[in-house]
Design a protein around this ligand. Structure first.
Ligand code: F6R
Length: 622
């Protein structure tokens, strides 16, 4: 029974952002400002707890940080505090379930990102000892456990509490008995500490506190940190002191502003040429027809001997992986499998001798991908992470990493990181093909030349989006739409559908066009627009055949086709043009079009584009 309940709470998980600060300035505005940068991690409810020396003051609300701002105490002069923004997959977000959670006396307050898997057993034990619980959350047991173990030393109480806990956590704890410290700890959920002068900060990630400091300490799993105004002391859960290095964070604060765009998503779509150029920079050698990943040099022999590849990822990153499979198999002639992280890790994973696991995660924090990577490692795979976030958990766990250089992505819907992931997979394909001596200089030089043209072509596409906007409004009027593509453009059809549903809430599905007649064709009516990806290429005429099939069922068909394609207008109702490009790279241009279609359809519907309902940017729970 208990196991069953724990199974349920696994589903009722919370994925959140935490912050904390201690210094001489008022804590409340710092906490609120920091939380705003973590809203991508969840925005169902939010709260802060501040410590004014005498007692803890908790303010929390169902809603977003802007709602929290309306109820915070403007006269609170506390200089110590912790804060939280929450995301729930199930269950009703409420102010009672919002963090911080406190113990029976309101003397200890806790914020938490993660899941306490054995919370039910702990709750029953604590209840039998007289503890009174107020919320339905797993987190509240932490506050009561700390109360149970508190004996004049908060750090020790937290340590003992955490030794009882199974699951994942990044937590911050304050107590009115010790008003000059914050205790924080992590296991499988991200946590960093920021160092200031006479003040210190903690957060789930760097952008949250980047405004206050660029000196960062990464906290590792099962480490606990004692933070005062002037000191930060890290030790293991077992009490062994740990020396930490301070990292200087780069990236400007401006990156996290909308810069005149109405939404982060639109800004990030427009940033794709820059992101791609930066991802290529110093890595392409066109004349030599080679790609140099300096970061892979020490593993070169091992990588060269790879006989199979598994690509592991979730969501949009999974779609990039699907495209990667086409490219890598084509260039390397070795089997490439693509698996959802959440499936891979529970399969009976085959031995990974001479196999490479490429784990793709823009955030580098996706719990399923991290767990799948661990599983791959334990089966002997060499692990390579593709991520956009320097210092993220995946960068510290993979054998080697390849960074996309897209800059921070705030919009929940991944855009610029997606095209950069595709690019880096293409680059890796050419790199390995040359290493294995499978392509000649001329072939890879031609690929590199086309690759280098992509950012400029995306720029010209972005210069003229009126047809895209027009078609998007039409889709915005419907309840559902379908995306079809073949070969390299099939993963893009899936991605187009994902973008559409997540930000516009329009039901959308992507299909390999050849599969229509095996079932999905039954869905096609005059009310279901079909977006067909038909760039020039070896499946062009097959696509025309599939378009005829849906036209015969009265669908309104929008084609995404090459600028020079004069034929397509005879087959479809509307054409969105992409610049002529090598077939290999048309998916990247088509992806940008589909991002814009989803964006403008969502805008037409008045949807909340950067923070779609029920989603969060970084999925740090399983
Ligand atoms: C959709 C989207 C998600 C993520 C997925 C994996 O727009 O962004 O589907 O791709 O949650 O996230 P990462 O890449 O951070 O592991």
């Amino acid at each position: 029974m208990l196991r069953a309940l724990e199974g349920i709470i696994r589903e009722t998980v919370f994925m959140c952002g935490i912050v904390g600060c201690i210094g001489d300035r008022r804590a409340t505005p710092i906490l609120v400002e920091s939380l705003k940068h973590l809203e991508y991690r969840g925005y169902d409810s939010a709260g802060i707890a501040t410590l004014n020396g005498a007692e803890i003051d908790v303010t929390k609300i169902e809603g977003k940080i802007c709602d929290l701002e309306t109820i915070i105490n403007e006269t609170d002069n506390a200089c110590v505090g912790i804060g939280h923004t929450r995301w729930a997959t199930h269950g009703v977000p409420s102010s009672t379930n919002a963090h911080p959670h406190v113990d029976c006396t309101g003397s200890i307050a806790v914020v938490h990102n993660g899941i306490i898997e054995n919370f039910q057993a702990l709750k029953e034990e604590l209840t039998s000892k007289g503890h009174i619980f107020c919320s339905e959350t797993d987190t509240e047991v932490l506050a009561h456990l700390c109360e149970e173990y508190y004996n004049g030393d908060l750090e020790q109480a937290v340590r003992e509490a955490l030794l009882r806990v199974e699951g994942s956590y990044a937590i911050a704890v304050i107590s009115d008995n010790e008003p000059d410290i914050i205790i924080a700890a992590r296991k499988d959920s991200p946590l960093i500490v920021g160092l200031g002068a006479g003040e210190n900060f903690l957060a789930s990630d760097i952008p949250a506190i980047r405004k206050y400091t660029n000196k960062i300490i990464y906290i590792n799993d099962e480490e606990i940190v004692r933070i005062t105004r002037d000191s930060v002391v890290v030790s293991t859960l077992q009490g062994v002191k740990v020396e930490k290095t301070v990292t200087i964070a780069d990236g400007s604060i401006i990156d996290a502003e909308r810069g005149g765009y109405e939404h982060f998503m639109l800004k990030e779509i427009h940033e794709q040429p820059k992101a791609l150029r930066e991802t290529m920079e110093d890595r392409l050698y066109e004349l030599e027809g080679s790609i140099d990943f300096k970061e892979l040099r020490s593993l070169e022999d091992e990588i060269k001997g790879i006989e199979s590849i598994s690509i592991i990822a979730c969501g949009t990153s999974y779609h990039a992986g699907l495209l990667g499979k086409y490219i890598l198999e084509d260039l390397l002639r070795i089997p490439v499998r693509v698996e959802y992280s959440s499936e891979f890790r529970y399969n009976n994973v085959l031995s990974g001798q001479k196999s490479l696991a490429i784990c793709i995660s823009q955030s580098g924090e996706t719990a399923d991908t991290l767990a799948a990577m661990n599983e791959a490692k334990s089966q002997g795979y060499l692990t390579l992470a593709i991520t956009n976030v320097v210092g993220s958990t995946i960068t510290r766990k993979a054998d080697e990493i390849l960074l996309t250089k897209s800059g921070i992505e705030i919009g929940v819907a991944a855009t610029k990181t997606f095209t950069a992931q595709i690019l880096i997979l293409y680059m890796f394909g050419v790199y390995l093909a040359r290493l294995k001596k499978l392509t000649d200089v001329e072939t890879s030089r031609n690929i590199i030349t086309s690759m280098k043209s992509v950012p400029g072509l995306i720029e010209s596409l972005l210069d003229n989006i009126s047809t895209i906007e027009k078609n998007a409004s039409r889709i915005g009027e419907t309840d559902c739409c379908y995306f079809i593509g073949r070969g390299l453009n099939y993963p893009i059809a899936l991605e187009g559908a994902l973008k559409m549903k997540e930000i516009s809430y329009i039901k959308a599905e992507g299909f390999p066009a050849g599969e229509l007649k095996h079932g999905p064709l039954a869905l096609i009516t005059a009310d279901t627009p079909v977006i067909a990806l038909v760039p020039e290429g070896k499946t062009y005429y097959k696509m025309l055949g599939n378009i005829k099939e849906v036209k015969a069922r009265n669908a309104y068909v929008i084609a995404i086709a090459n600028a020079s394609d004069d034929e397509i207008v005879k087959y479809v109702d509307s054409v969105i043009r992409i610049p002529d490009v090598d077939e290999l790279f048309s998916p990247m241009l088509a992806a940008v079009v589909l991002q814009l279609i989803a964006y403008y359809a969502a805008k037409y519907k008045g949807a909340e584009i950067d923070q779609p309902r029920n989603l969060a940017k970084s999925v740090t729970v399983e």
